[in-house]
Ligand binder design. Structure first.
Ligand code: ZN
Length: 484
């Protein structure tokens, strides 16, 4: 999202925040609690396992049900074969040695491929290992184990695999997996969680018929449905009155017919230019399938058509949306065109960071890079911080109290967001100067987004302070404010 600049008709500084699908509730590792228990699954859910299982601390403390333990005993008892191997695997699993458990279970399973409890145990061990990898931000590894666990029938692994792909920006792939889950669930036990993901993904990619189709499968009494129906109707209504301009086969801008075409052209041109700069400078490559779609809404309709907070000057949530104030004459129109072009460059940066990296780029870096592309000056950011009192400047002891810099900006209060944006821009601007500009960020992003290294590890290696933004600001804030 974009910080709405006072340049746009003196509306005063408002702020926005947030990554693409950050606010969007999808199944994550922490949601994993299987409805289809397999012997080991209940162990995972009950948190009785070793600390190795990530994110399970908050789950219920019940014990594994007798039938599941019976399964395990039956699996061991009835066949007698490989008893030691199963016991060994169980022991390893209990101590959090999932790799060890998997080796033994896999060897046993190769001998008895039709053994359902064994298959379920292997799937659960793979799933538990995948959760460990997700926690460590080793997403490529996690995907591998999740995909195998899902192929072996673990429904939670299938759902987690789909939501991880969404987090990593593979929207089409994730949609396909969620749709498979919906089909598998069939009519009786509708997989409402996956249906809801599909509704939101369809709305955010402006696929209205698809959103309608999945909404119909949900109970109209579900509180999730009414606001989405309203959103869908508004988008359909907007489609009736919209016009579009296209550029370079990459950018499409839809705008309400009350908005001058010259403004839509200015936005499309800015997005096409940003596309070129990002492709060459920041990312070094552009996913071939990337299509940038933007919507220009009359200011009054902006909030009801988007999820944007009241102080938003632009939004990317899978699509770029920009509010356009009314203009009274050609001069104002020309002036506004420049302001909208800056917002368009900002949101295009978010679009590319999401297409290339999914949601693994922390807010401070995403907003810092987007403001850099927007053309923000260090002076305006420093003034913003000074306005909020020097407590935020460099080496003040008070700085320790700004963990908000490490959190998604969607969580920030309107009062804090202006400061968070200024700090983010100044940090990115400072590191660009010290480490050699866009190539530095390209190198960092390619290691994380393509090499699938953990963001924390790479930031820590490149910038130090364990990659923690508030600690980086504490160390470099003053130098960053002095950077031109
Ligand atoms: Zn932004």
């Amino acid at each position: 999202m974009t910080l709405l600049q006072s340049a746009l008709f003196g509306f005063g500084a408002l702020a926005t925040a947030g990554g693409a699908f950050a606010a969007y509730v999808v199944w994550g590792p922490e949601d994993v609690s299987s409805s289809a228990p397999s012997p080991l699954n209940s162990q995972v859910r009950t948190g009785r396992m070793s600390q190795g299982v990530p994110g399970q601390a908050s789950v219920d403390t019940g014990t594994a049900s007798s039938s599941e333990l019976a399964n395990l005993t039956e699996a061991r008892g009835a066949r007698g074969l490989g008893e030691n191997a199963l016991d060994g695997a169980w022991g390893k699993f209990q101590t959090g040695d999932y790799e060890g458990a998997i080796v033994q279970l896999r060897a046993e399973f190769n001998l008895r491929p039709g053994d359902a409890p064994l298959q379920a145990n292997l799937a659960t061990a793979l799933f538990a290992l995948a959760l460990v990898k997700v926690k460590a931000q080793q997403f490529a590894e996690a995907e591998k184990f999740l995909d195998e666990s899902a192929r072996l029938g673990n429904a939670d692994a299938a759902r987690t695999a789909a939501s991880l792909k969404l987090k990593l920006g593979a929207v089409d792939l994730a949609s396909g997996l969620f749709e498979e889950l919906v089909d598998k669930a069939g009519q009786t036990t509708a997989d409402t969680a996956s249906l809801k993901v599909l509704v939101d993904v369809s709305l955010r990619s402006d696929d209205l018929d698809r959103a309608d189709y999945f909404l119909d499968k949900l109970s109209p009494d579900d509180p999730f449905v009414a606001p989405r129906r309203t959103r869908l109707e508004r988008k359909r209504a907007f489609a009736q009155v919209q016009d579009t301009v296209e550029r370079g086969g990459v950018v499409e801008v839809a705008f309400a017919d009350s908005i001058p075409r010259s403004l839509a052209n200015a936005v499309a041109q800015a997005m096409e230019e940003a596309h070129g700069e990002l492709a060459q400078g920041l990312l070094g490559t552009v996913p071939s399938s990337t299509r940038l779609k933007a919507f220009l809404y009359p200011q009054k309709d902006f909030r009801e058509n988007t999820d944007a907070p009241p102080w938003a000057g632009g939004l990317f949530d899978g699509l770029v949306s920009i509010p356009v104030p009314r203009t009274r004459n050609a001069t104002e129109e020309t002036y506004l065109a420049r302001g909208l072009a800056r917002i368009a460059r900002h949101e295009t940066t978010h679009a590319y960071l999401y297409a290339f990296c999914g949601d693994v780029v922390p807010s401070w870096m995403g907003e810092g890079l987007a403001q850099k592309m927007e053309g923000r000056r260090a002076s305006s950011a420093s003034i913003e911080l000074k306005k909020q009192g020097n407590a935020w400047a460099g080496n003040s002891g008070l700085l320790g109290t700004t963990p908000a810099l490490d959190r998604p900006f969607t969580e920030a209060s309107g009062r804090d967001v202006g400061r968070l944006y200024a700090q983010s821009f100044l940090l990115v601007n400072h590191y660009s100067r010290v480490h050699g500009g866009l190539p530095f960020w390209r190198g960092l992003l390619s290691r994380v987004c393509q090499g699938r290294e953990s963001m924390t590890n790479v930031l820590s290696a490149e910038l130090g302070e364990d990659g923690v933004a508030s600690a980086l600001w504490q160390r470099d804030g003053q130098a960053a404010m002095a950077s031109p």
